[in-house]
Design a protein around this ligand. Structure first.
Ligand code: ADP
Ligand code: G6P
Length: 453
C-alpha cells in the first residue's frame, strides 16, 4: 500500500515554463494522475522579492513556481548548466566554457530553490528531483534541514570517467549528488559511468542506491493522437513523395549538420531518387543565449541553403527546414505520414522523438525508424536501423534501405518496437522509480558532507 503523501517534483522548468524537451513532456503526462506538487522556475526573469511563489493547479497536480533574477539565471542556466554540464555530459568538452562566477551562481540558485521549497513541504512528501540543473540540490536541502526522502533522475547521459574528470568542480558535485537517497539514470551504461567515477574520484564517500530507469512514452495516447485527421498534410496521400521526418530541438547534440550532409550524399549518389522523396526537419530554437546554439543555427541554415540550391527545382524541394515548435496534435499525425523517421543524435540520454515516431505509426503500413546507436533509445528499439551518425555513407545507405524496405519487414520491425514501448511506458517508469525510492530508508549516512554551499 502507498505510504507516502504527495510526490514533489523539482525541476528547472515547470509546466508554466515549458519548452520543447523530453523532461517536461514526459513528466507532465505521468504526474497529472497523482496528488503531486511540481516546484521550479516559472520562466520569468525578475528579482525575487522573497514572496514570489506562484501556485496553480493542473488536474491533481499543483504547480509552485518562482522567478529568477536575470543575473542568477544567466550564470546558473546559460553559464554552468548549459555552458559546462550539458556539453560535457554529452562528451563535447570542446564546447565547455567554465567560469567560477557561473559555478557560484549555479550553487546559489540551487540553494535558493531549496530554501523556497522548504516551507511548502509536508513530512510525508516524497521528493523527486530532475536533471543536470539540480545536481547539488539534495546537499543544499539537507543542510537546510529538509529530511524527506529525495531521489534524483538524470534525463541526459552521464559521461564516462575519462571525460567527466575534465569537468571543473566535479568532485564537489559528486559529493553533493551523493546526498540523494536514489540516483536514477536512463541506461545501465550511464549508471555504471557514475558509479565508476565515484569509485575513482571519491573512494571514501558512500554512494547512494543507483538504478537504470529508461524513460518511456504513453504509446496508446500517442497512437490515438496520430490517428486523428491531420492538421497538415505534408505529402500526397498516394505516397508519390516518400517523406522523411526529423524533429529535434536545435541542439548540437542532435547531429543535425551530420544528418544534412548524409542526406546531401544520398542526393548526390542517387539521382534517380530526385523528385521522389523529401526530408522535413522541424527544429525549434533552443538556448539561444548560449553561443554554440547560435553557431549551429547559422551552420544549418547554410547547409539547408546549399542542398536546396544544388538539388531543388520549381517542382520539387528536397528539404523543408522549419525552426518552429509545433503542438503535439499537429506533430503526431506528421510522424505517421512519414515513410522514415530520422533520429540521429551524436549522443542522447534517451530521445523521446524516436519513441514518439514509432508510437505514431500505422500498424498496417508503418514507417521505418533510422536511429543513432548513441541514443539511449538504441538499447531498447532493436527494430530500428541503427546507424553511426558520424558516418555519412552509412547513414545514406540506411536511408536508402528504409525508403525501399519491403512491407513485411517494416511490419515485423514495428511490432518489435511497439511491444517495447508498451512494456516500458511512462507510467511504468514513474511507478518503478517511486516504488524504489519509497522502499529505501533515508539514513543518516545520506546526509550531505559539508563541502560546497
Ligand atoms: P530533448 O529532451 O533533448 O529535447 P527528446 O527527444 O528526448 O530530446 O525530447 C524532445 C521532446 O520535445 C519530444 O517530446 C518532442 O516531441 C518535443 N519536440 C521536439 N521538437 C519539437 C517541435 N518542433 N515541436 C513540438 N515538440 C517538439
Ligand atoms: C532536455 C533536458 C531538459 C530540458 C529540455 C529542454 O530534455 O534534459 O532538462 O528541459 O531539454 O531544454 P531547455 O533548456 O529549454 O529547458
Amino acid at each position: 500500500m502507498k505510504k507516502h503523501g504527495r510526490v514533489v517534483i523539482v525541476a528547472n522548468r515547470t509546466p508554466a515554463a515549458k519548452s520543447a524537451g523530453g523532461l517536461a513532456s514526459g513528466l507532465l503526462d505521468a504526474l497529472r494522475r497523482e496528488r503531486s506538487l511540481w516546484f521550479g522556475w516559472n520562466g520569468e526573469l525578475r528579482e525575487d522579492d522573497g514572496n514570489c511563489v506562484q501556485l496553480f493547479s493542473c488536474d491533481r497536480l499543483t504547480v509552485a513556481a518562482i522567478p529568477l533574477s536575470p543575473e542568477a539565471h544567466n550564470r546558473y542556466y546559460n553559464g554552468f548548466a548549459n555552458g559546462v554540464l550539458w556539453p560535457a555530459f554529452h562528451h563535447r568538452l570542446d564546447l565547455m566554457r567554465f567560469s567560477d562566477d557561473d559555478y557560484t551562481g549555479y550553487l546559489e540558485v540551487n540553494r535558493h530553490m531549496a530554501a523556497q521549497l522548504r516551507p511548502l513541504l509536508q513530512d510525508d512528501d516524497l521528493i523527486w528531483v530532475h536533471d543536470y540543473h539540480l545536481l547539488p540540490f539534495a546537499g543544499m536541502c539537507r543542510r537546510q534541514g529538509i529530511r524527506q526522502r529525495m531521489g534524483f533522475f538524470l534525463h541526459i547521459p552521464f559521461p564516462v570517467p575519462s571525460v567527466a574528470q575534465a569537468i571543473p568542480r566535479i568532485d564537489e558535485l559528486l559529493d553533493e549528488m551523493c546526498a540523494y537517497d536514489l540516483l536514477g539514470f536512463q541506461t545501465e551504461d550511464d549508471r555504471k559511468a557514475f558509479v565508476n567515477l565515484c569509485r575513482e574520484r571519491r573512494p571514501q564517500i558512500r554512494v547512494p542506491n543507483t538504478g537504470g530507469y529508461p524513460i518511456g512514452v504513453d504509446p496508446l495516447a500517442l497512437q490515438a493522437e496520430a490517428e486523428a485527421e491531420p492538421v497538415v498534410q505534408l505529402w500526397p496521400r498516394d505516397r508519390s513523395i516518400r517523406g522523411i521526418i526529423s524533429v529535434d530541438r536545435l541542439d548540437y547534440t542532435k547531429g543535425l549538420p551530420e544528418r544534412f550532409k548524409a542526406y546531401a550524399l544520398l542526393l548526390e549518389q542517387h539521382p534517380e531518387l530526385h523528385g521522389t522523396m523529401q526530408l522535413v526537419q522541424i527544429a525549434p530554437p533552443s538556448r539561444t543565449d548560449v553561443p554554440a546554439y547560435v553557431d549551429l543555427h547559422h551552420e544549418l541554415t547554410g547547409l539547408a541553403g546549399e542542398i536546396l540550391g544544388k538539388y531543388g527545382d520549381l517542382e520539387w524541394q528536397p528539404l523543408v527546414y522549419v525552426e518552429r515548435q509545433l503542438d503535439r496534435p499537429v506533430l503526431m499525425p506528421l510522424y505517421r505520414q512519414a515513410r522514415v523517421g530520422l533520429v540521429t543524435p551524436l549522443r542522447d540520454g534517451m530521445n523521446l522523438v524516436a519513441k514518439e515516431f514509432v508510437a505514431a505509426q500505422d500498424p498496417a503500413d508503418p514507417g521505418v525508424l533510422v536511429l543513432s546507436r548513441f541514443a539511449g533509445a538504441a538499447c531498447q528499439l532493436d527494430g530500428a536501423l541503427l546507424v553511426n551518425p558520424h558516418d555519412p555513407g552509412e547513414m545514406a545507405q540506411a536511408m536508402l534501405q528504409a525508403l525501399s524496405m519491403p512491407h513485411a519487414e517494416r511490419v515485423a520491425r514495428y511490432r518489435r518496437m511497439w511491444a517495447v514501448l508498451c512494456a516500458s511506458d511512462i507510467e511504468g517508469w514513474r511507478v518503478r522509480y517511486l516504488k524504489d525510492l519509497e522502499a529505501l530508508a533515508a539514513t543518516e549516512e545520506t546526509l550531505a558532507p559539508a563541502t560546497a554551499g
